[in-house]
Design a protein around this ligand. Structure first.
Ligand SMILES: Nc1ncnc2c1ncn2[C@@H]1O[C@H](COP(=O)(O)OP(=O)(O)OP(=O)(O)O)[C@@H](O)[C@H]1O
Length: 620
């Protein structure tokens, strides 16, 4: 505090200084001169905080303008007329009188600072925080106030909303939580719903030496739960999952549904996880019952001639349908063996579509078409700027398949080096997108496919044993078309219906059908599909005869497209038709082995696959 007239008491600290100053003058035995006193009184009056001087008999002898403002009484109404307790609510009076008396017996006996409630002239209540000190050598005290009404009201509103929230949470059919992001899932708060859900009192799980919530999670689900949380938190998004918990006292288990989110500080540090967990047992049980019922119904269906878009009613295909349903009901990895064109991808899709992953992605990857150098970026993705040319971040296949199915077609083409990386990614180790630093732990199911003998690959050292055993859990062997000729009529009918706008179906004579029946179908269903597609669009039936004898009247052979297409409208169309015919012919010669066809044409595998797509051959 400075010693001039411009000084004001801005707050309680200034009041302290004022009292100390008076005390010093007293101690120095220098009676404050009239002028100095006047100065102090002026400071008192100009104080930014309400202040009063209280006499021994509790009469207020001086009040500053701020106090007038606070209470609505004027100086004339207050000074020498009103006693301090008269400004207080009934409940506070006794306490204030006690402090007042104590302070005069021994100053340090009474608290210096406290809260009380003042009643204004109009009867309004004001919450105040006050500080009181004795004026040395006198029986007077000086009190200064801070109006904390709005603070108190906010506090009350907060308490009320807290109360309402906890009533609400207490009555919810589940438990709300706040906890740390650690492997034990330490909880700092659990709503009362904890008892109903887990059989445990919230205090048991939140106390200082409580075991973490992770202990309640079923051991088979724990890894998945932690991985889902880590992944969501690292991507700043909410997590949601269904898993099992074990109940207290070995009282069985429950399925629960959890949804939560990471809470971040303004400095962007993860401070907690908050969310909600609710009983999901009934829903899960009815879902499981439905899947079982589905399996039962489907298994009991006799003579199924098609399943999830797969055509075939041979006993071999019936067995495949059973296998698909069994694989769909489990979460284990699947490997599909079969020659090219037997429908391995169709089977993989059917497993995905009938499993409870069907709301997430099915991501097909042709491992044979990815050059070694691009493998990592294709599978793991990359961040923007990870390498020159990475102008935008790109998701990898693994991330795209999160929660769903990753279909690894031609899995035998994956190099040993990449097998290690993939294995680590899908097991505990996780993976990091190129140019990134967070470790992602995927939750995917792998369905792989191959037309090679993978056991032989392992023996020859072309496939790692651990990788093989990781993917070879449920094997499905798709029979080639020549071993299920009884499916031919159904397939022919199906494809002609699909492609034939002019209804050539009737034009396929008995002799041609017979020929088709004897034909070996090296390209399996894909070849049959392409032959019929061409037949429907070009009115030509091309088959490369192997051992079968052609029917009388010969099927038309492959002919040069230019002579045949005399009505070519332009150069580009002509080139396109030529390319298509050439590729089809080469595919036939390579028994529909696409890599072999690419090699024969001297094209890089990727380019060849692009062409197949552009010319609509792969989907034909
Ligand atoms: N049983 C079937 N019913 C209907 N269409 C089928 C059937 N089998 C295969 N197809 C069709 O044949 C084509 C090839 O099938 P798919 O791609 O699933 O075979 P694949 O075994 O994965 O072949 P590849 O090993 O060459 O990748 C697809 O267009 C598919 O729709």
């Amino acid at each position: 505090m400075k010693n001039d007239n411009t000084i004001t008491i801005q707050n309680l600290k200034d009041l302290d200084l004022l009292v100390q100053q008076i005390r010093r003058l007293e101690q120095a035995n220098e009676r404050p001169e009239k002028k100095a006193l006047q100065q102090y009184m002026s400071v008192f009056d100009n104080s930014g905080a309400p202040a009063i001087i209280i006499e021994n008999d509790m009469l207020v002898s001086r009040a500053n303008p701020k106090f007038e403002e606070l209470t609505g009484f004027t100086k004339t109404e207050i000074e020498g007329r009103l006693k301090w307790p008269q400004f207080l609510v009934e409940e506070d009076r006794e306490r204030m009188v006690r402090y007042h008396t104590l302070r005069r017996i021994r100053e340090d006996k009474a608290p210096e600072e406290y809260e009380c409630t003042v009643v204004t002239k109009t009867g309004q209540l004001k919450y105040i925080y006050m500080k009181v000190g004795m004026i040395p050598g006198t029986r007077r005290s000086v009190a200064s106030f801070t109006d904390i009404t709005s603070l108190k009201l906010t506090e009350q509103a907060l308490r009320e909303s807290d109360r309402r929230l906890s009533t609400l949470m207490g009555n919810l059919p589940g438990m709300a939580y706040r906890g740390s992001n650690d492997a034990r899932r330490t909880m700092t708060f659990l709503s009362q719903g904890c008892r109903g859900l887990t059989g445990l009192d919230p205090a048991v799980l939140t106390g200082a030496d409580a075991g973490g919530y992770a202990d309640l999670i079923h051991p088979d689900d724990r890894k998945m739960v932690l991985a889902v949380i880590q992944k969501a938190v690292s991507q700043r998004r909410a997590y949601e999952m269904v898993y099992r918990i074990r109940l207290a006292d070995n009282d069985g288990e429950k399925w629960v549904w959890e949804k939560g989110v990471g809470v971040f500080s303004p400095e962007d540090e993860l401070v907690a996880l908050e969310g909600f967990i609710t009983d999901f047992t009934d829903q899960k049980r009815s879902e499981q019952a439905l899947v079982q019922e589905n399996i039962r119904l489907r298994s009991s269906m006799k003579d199924r001639y098609q399943f999830c878009g797969i055509i075939g009613k041979s006993p071999a295909m019936q067995q495949i349908y059973e296998m698909i349903l069994k694989a769909a009901a489990s979460d284990a990895n699947v490997i599909i063996y079969g020659e090219s064109g037997t429908g391995k991808e169709l089977v993989a899709r059917a497993i995905h579509d009938t499993s409870d992953r069907n709301r997430r992605n099915f991501v097909p990857v042709n491992c044979g078409a990815i050059p070694e150098g691009l493998f990592e970026s294709e599978f793991f993705g990359y961040k923007k700027g990870a390498f020159s040319g990475a102008h935008v971040a790109k998701k990898g296949y693994i991330d795209m398949a999160e929660g769903g199915t990753l279909f690894l077609d031609e899995v035998g083409e994956i190099s040993l080096h990449m097998q290690v990386k993939l294995l680590r990614a899908i097991d505990q180790g996780g993976y990091t997108p190129l140019g990134g630093n967070e470790v992602l732990r995927p939750e995917i199911r792998i369905v792989a496919a191959t037309n090679r003998d993978l056991k032989m690959f392992v023996q020859k050292g072309l496939m790692r044993k651990d990788f093989f055993y990781r993917i070879h859990i449920i094997p499905i062997h798709l029979p080639p078309l020549r071993e299920r000729k009884e499916d031919l009529p159904l397939l022919i009918e199906h494809f002609l219906k699909k492609y034939d706008k002019q209804d050539h179906g009737e034009l396929i004579s008995g002799r041609v059908l017979e020929f088709m029946n004897r034909y070996e179908w090296p390209g399996n269903v894909r070849e049959l599909q392409n032959v019929l597609h061409r037949y429907a669009t070009l009115n030509r039936l091309d088959l490369v005869d192997t051992d079968a004898h052609e029917p009388e009247g010969r099927l038309p052979d492959f002919r040069g497209p230019i002579e045949e297409q005399a009505d070519v409208p332009d150069f580009r169309t002509a080139v396109r038709r030529f390319e298509k015919a050439l590729i089809l012919k080469t595919l036939e010669q390579s028994r529909w082995h696409r890599e072999a066809a690419a090699k024969r044409l001297g094209l890089p595998v990727r380019t060849f696959f692009r062409k197949l797509k552009a010319l609509d051959i792969s989907s034909a």
